[in-house]
Design a protein around this ligand. Structure first.
Ligand code: CA
Ligand code: CA
Ligand code: CA
Ligand code: CA
Length: 474
């Protein structure tokens, strides 16, 4: 039976809205997993009840600040596909992923390719019987020959025979599986490695003319408990090109980012975060460590949970680096030598108990007209009431010059949507256009009491941040 989480049939309505179309049937299994499939007779209230029951059954609450990220729902991960349907606008991959209860949970999730213009679902990729956590992460590794749009890599970090993780490789254009990487066989991982928790495109790491893939396995036990590891695999024959492990507790590979530009010598670099050890390392293409970034000594918590190369904010001709720390400040560093430029705390708002950044950080180019590139980040405000924790997601545009908030949106009327969990930037059609953001709201996992919030995805124009739902109309 087809799993159609996040949309039904040819439309791309989310689960909350699918019921009003009368198009879905939800099946709750004894192991807590659930499926949705087409059925015109289904009624919305029944769907919602089953969803509430299913989510209550299958979602453990790991506590605030847990290094295991994510919530069930549409919009767990996002990726730009290129213009697959040739209608002049880039198309988007959106994954729907639910956290497995334990190592025995059935695989859940799906990946949809959605047309950027018509918002139609062009194809869908479903997990096989072992791909637990399917869609947790995604990246498109672009082709270099121009004959296709490349390969979509889909992380299933609890998948495989031993639950240590697999990465499914699928053709962007058709969705057909073209290969897979396994934690033990290909990544030489030990234990429940979470292989595929993070993914990035490495550019052409080995110089053979084909772009290569970076896979993070932050819970790999190869060099001690949760030392973590990061691998680079050849895009041409899937062989392991390079591998690095952390030391016990580091969780190396918590975040990975393939730099677009060099730090001075023409080679493309790789940024790898280790949120357990509280550091980020920049590796050169030959595997050397160019420099390591560390948070201030008094607060290393989860530093390196996210990392992103951003525009050149200090004007030295080399793109710079932003590091996140799950609920802590965002820190900016010179890309050339790794010296700290400045840190940004989440903007305070007296209406809420806490203000935090999510792990989403993206380069957006210059949005405020000062010729200095800016960045977009996910926001989260918390309200702690008696027996109730509510969160309000949002997105902020931060000035690259000094981190000041240029513009922000907060979902005050839709608590616990999780808006800002994942953000990608889609380039504008001309150099004068700053493009748009695609922002996911897969649901807030820390909301109490637990709610059946399922995901949605919006696009937001830059620099105005005017949002529009990616899903079909209600
Ligand atoms: Ca298109
Ligand atoms: Ca290569
Ligand atoms: Ca710079
Ligand atoms: Ca600017």
């Amino acid at each position: 039976m087809d799993v159609v989480l996040g949309h039904a049939g040819a439309s791309s309505v989310t689960l909350t809205r699918a019921g009003s179309e009368g198009m879905v049937r939800t099946t709750l299994r004894s192991d807590g997993s659930w499926q949705v499939a087409g059925n015109p007779a289904m009624h919305v209230s029944h769907l919602c009840l089953v969803l509430i029951a299913a989510i209550a059954c299958v979602t453990p609450n790991p506590g605030r600040g847990s290094p295991v990220k994510g919530v069930e729902g549409f919009g767990q991960a996002l990726a730009v596909a290129g213009d697959v349907d040739r209608d002049g606008e880039p198309d988007l991959f959106v994954s729907t992923t639910k956290r497995p209860v334990d190592g025995n949970a059935a695989p859940q999730g799906a990946v949809s390719l959605i047309s950027g213009r018509s918002r139609r679902v062009m194809h869908q990729i479903d997990p096989d019987a072992t791909s637990r956590g399917f869609g947790w992460s995604m990246v498109v590794v672009p082709s270099t020959d121009g004959r296709s749009h490349g390969v979509l890599s889909i992380g299933a970090p609890f998948g495989g025979a031993h639950g240590s993780g697999v990465v499914v490789l699928a053709a962007v254009d058709s969705g057909a599986e073209v290969g897979r990487l396994e934690a033990e066989r290909d990544g030489h991982c030990l234990g429940h490695a979470q292989f595929g928790m993070t993914l990035a495109s490495a550019g052409d790491w080995n110089g053979d003319g084909v772009n290569d893939l970076v896979v993070g396995a932050p819970a790999d036990d190869q060099d001690g408990d949760a030392s973590g590891s990061v691998c680079v695999f050849s895009g041409s024959d899937r062989t392991l090109l390079w591998r690095k492990t952390g030391t016990s507790g580091d969780r190396l590979g918590s975040s990975v980012f393939g730099c677009a530009t060099a730090a001075g010598n023409g080679a493309r670099d790789l940024l790898v975060g280790a949120e357990g050890g509280g550091y980020v390392v920049r590796f050169t293409r030959d595997g050397r460590e160019r420099y390591a970034l560390r948070a201030e000594a008094d607060d290393p918590r989860l530093f390196g949970s996210s990392v992103c190369e951003i525009g050149d904010v200090d004007g030295d001709g080399v793109r710079d680096v932003a590091c996140g720390s799950s609920f802590g400040p965002i820190r900016l560093y010179s890309g050339r030598q790794g010296n700290h430029l400045y840190s940004v705390a989440a903007p305070y708002d007296e209406r809420y108990s806490v203000a935090d950044f999510t792990d989403a950080i993206v380069d957006v180019g210059d949005c405020d007209g000062d010729q200095i590139p800016d960045l977009a980040v996910g926001l989260q405000y918390g309200q702690f009431l008696i027996r109730e924790h509510r969160y309000f997601g949002g997105v902020a545009l931060l000035s690259g010059k000094d981190g000041a908030v240029v513009r922000s949106i907060v979902e005050r009327d839709r608590p616990n949507s999780g808006l800002g969990y994942a953000i990608i930037h889609v380039d504008g059609t001309s150099s004068a256009s700053p493009g748009m953001l695609v922002i996911s709201a897969p649901g807030e996992e820390y909301a109490q009491p637990r709610q059946a919030v399922v995901g949605s995805v919006v696009t937001a124009s830059l620099p105005a941040l005017r949002t529009r739902a990616l899903e079909a109309a209600r």
